[in-house]
Design a protein around this ligand. Structure first.
Ligand code: C5P
Ligand code: C5P
Ligand code: C5P
Ligand code: ZN
Length: 492
């Protein structure tokens, strides 16, 4: 595991001190799982440090959004999970005296610096795979706890700080949300989190809010009834089980286990099984995969590290980092960031119920979107493949759909996928997704999206493995030609 990173922590301390000097703070964050968990971490840290604040969410931090922020009368603005890529715009407002920016982000920074800028990429840490926006916010939260503590000591304890238990006073309990953010940004590779993320996991385990262990790497271990867990798990396709309702049922019924509840005959969920039962199901699954000729490397990826939020009730989305992050995307990507934030901040009634309703809708949209793309197919260029969803897939989820569709019939995993969806009457949203193996060969989609979009009067950025852009309607073909050329150079 990576050791502590002193430069990162020093920068966090500098940012935390600046926040402690503010009378009040405007907290601005991005609308996805990582952005929501970033905001929830920052909000709790500010509250515990007794710094008054207000929270706003933006789909995208463009010039208009920054101008709106500048128009408020906040002197200090904390940006989480975005801000680095928009430093040119933000810097202009800073120069004009509109506000002082404090940034906790992990996106590729624009060509400009500012004093209170916390980003792993400034310190040689990979912002796509080692630290997320929520991770950067967590590092800031840890520094804030230290600073607030020190101001208590300096004032002889006059500042009211809600210290709670020792684990809470140092903000380590917020590690659970940081892990949800990292998993939501798909920072886990080879079945687990790496680098700075791993340190956060360790702190969460010490604080008693996280448990980790090798487990079946399927989505839905907490909430899906066993047959659905197996039927819907298609990352590793097991013939006769994946996408096969009757097959999945038969497989489970053939095991010598009581997998249906005695009371009502309902199927149990993975999270309800005893360890011995889990082992039996898992080894039968592996045997079946082997006998059906699933390649060994694929079979290995059936097992991974599970990140369990052990203070949350068994059988809920909140207990599994992956399910939690999808629940959050289901709120924030549908203009209900307030609901997701409520869930992160502990609202286990109204907000959670609303989030679950939104999740059902999100799932339906994802599955319809994936079906659509797979049915209609993508256009293959030499170096990229692409599709245009028009208004048939929401622009806020077209990237998730593109990523999940990769590997389906006709959709290659050996070149990046570029997806277009209508944004409004003038603009088209572009989302691009690659694989970690393409990144190892030189792919950097953040450069591709940035350069290709600016060549057609748009703008974009993001990470090497996942990036996005906005371009004017009608410039899509030109955009693809540019992207095709840049990807060709990167992979040559
Ligand atoms: O803006 P932000 O960094 O939070 O979002 C990153 C996006 O990239 C997420 O939607 C995440 O699902 C996506 N991603 C991906 N595949 C990866 C890494 C990230 O689809 N390997
Ligand atoms: O929606 P989100 O981007 O957070 O999904 C993260 C991952 O969780 C997806 O790439 C997919 O593997 C899995 N997922 C799933 N079924 C869903 C939602 C997400 O398998 N309904
Ligand atoms: O929206 P999507 O999920 O495709 O975004 C993928 C990544 O690209 C995210 O990290 C997002 O913040 C980034 N992005 C960006 N500029 C845009 C659109 C997306 O930096 N105009
Ligand atoms: Zn992020």
């Amino acid at each position: 595991m990576a050791g502590p990173i002193p430069e990162l922590e020093e920068r966090a301390t500098r940012c935390a001190r600046r926040l402690c000097e503010a009378d009040r703070v405007l907290l601005a964050s991005h609308i996805d799982a990582d952005g929501l968990t970033s905001a929830a971490i920052a909000a709790q840290a500010l509250e515990r440090a007794a710094i008054p604040f207000e929270t706003v969410f933006e789909k995208q931090l463009d010039a208009d959004a920054v101008a709106d922020i500048a128009a408020t009368d906040y002197d200090t603005v904390l940006f989480t999970d975005f801000g680095s890529g928009q430093l040119d715009i933000i810097g202009d407002h800073e120069d004009a005296g509109d506000f002082t920016p404090v940034i906790a982000d992990h996106h590729q920074p624009a060509d400009r610096e500012t004093e209170y800028h916390l980003n792993p990429l400034l310190f040689g840490i990979d912002g796509a795979s080692e630290l997320s926006g929520a991770g950067a916010s967590y590092v800031l939260a840890r520094a804030l706890a230290e600073e607030a503590d020190q101001s208590v000591a300096a004032d002889g304890g006059a500042v009211a700080v809600d210290s709670g238990t020792p684990a809470r006073a140092d903000n380590r309990d917020l590690a659970a949300l940081a892990v949800v953010g990292a998993v939501g940004d798909m920072q886990a590779s080879g079945g687990e989190l790496h680098g700075a993320n791993e340190r956060i996991v360790a702190e969460g385990v010490e604080a008693g809010v996280l448990e980790t262990g090798k487990d079946l790497a399927l989505y839905g271990k907490q909430t899906r009834p066993l047959p659905k867990l197996l039927e819907y798990a298609t990352d590793v396709r097991i013939p006769g089980i994946s996408n096969d309702e009757a097959g999945a049922l038969r497989f489970l019924e053939d095991l010598d286990l009581e997998l249906q509840r005695e009371e009502d005959g309902e199927w149990r969920r993975w999270a309800d099984l005893e360890n011995e039962e889990k082992r039996t199901v898992a080894s039968a699954l592996v045997r079946r995969a082997v006998s059906r000729g699933v390649p060994a490397t694929k079979i290995e990826s059936l097992v991974g590290t599970a990140y369990v939020l052990c203070e949350e009730p068994v059988g809920t989305e909140l207990r599994d980092a992956s399910e939690f992050s999808t629940l959050l995307n289901a709120t924030a990507r549908y203009e209900r960031a307030d609901v997701g934030l409520g869930v992160c901040l502990g609202d286990r009634e109204g907000a959670l119920e609303q989030a679950r309703t939104l999740l059902r809708n999100h799932r339906r949209n994802l599955s319809e979107g994936i079906d659509l793309v797979t049915r209609e197919g993508v256009t293959h260029e030499d170096n990229v493949q692409w599709f245009h969803a028009g208004d048939r897939i929401r622009e806020t989820i077209v990237g998730i759909v593109a990523g999940m569709a990769m590997g389906n019939e006709g959709i290659s995993r050996s070149k990046p996928i570029i997806a277009f969806a209508q944004k409004n009457d003038e603009e088209v949203k572009v989302s691009a997704r690659g694989t970690h193996s393409l990144v190892r060969k030189g792919l950097d989609l953040s450069v591709v999206m940035g350069e290709a979009s600016r060549a057609v009067d748009g703008d974009g950025g993001g990470h090497d493995v996942a990036a996005g852009a906005t371009v004017p309607i009608g410039r899509e073909e030109e955009f693809i030609e540019m992207a095709e050329e840049i990807v060709g150079e990167q992979l040559s």
